[in-house]
Design a protein around this ligand. Sequence first.
Ligand SMILES: [Zn+2]
Length: 146
Amino acid sequence: MAETTYRGPVPVPTPETKPFWEAAKQRVLLVQECETCGHRYFYPRPLCPRCFSSRVRWLRCSGRGRLHTFVVNHRPPKDFPLPAPYVIAIVELEEGPRMLTNLVGVDPDPKTLRCDMPVEVVFEDITEDIALPRFRPATEKPDEPR
Ligand SMILES: [Zn+2]
């Protein structure tokens, strides 16, 4: 795949999201899990969104999931980093939480995409400190170390 020069907005880690971004840099996807009620969720928050417990921990994900739903966008906002058309997707992780993300490495064509198809995370380094998680159709044999 051709390298693209990222020119979109860059996430700014906060105390709540810093572990997520540090792990992403190491090609590890984290979500949070509530130690009180067991709920797993994304995006990172200091309190469980279900029971408001502050006893939450980070959970390392497999990086695998399924395409829950998607839309192909032909008209990106100004300066959006992906060339149009591109796929905006909601991925349901094996661990349960759903993530809003982009699907890459696939034709942005509804004929080649189907809900529930297996996908896996890929990380794109956009700066020295930030790697963005995106997803691609799952390969049986990963072609890069996790
Ligand atoms: Zn909880």
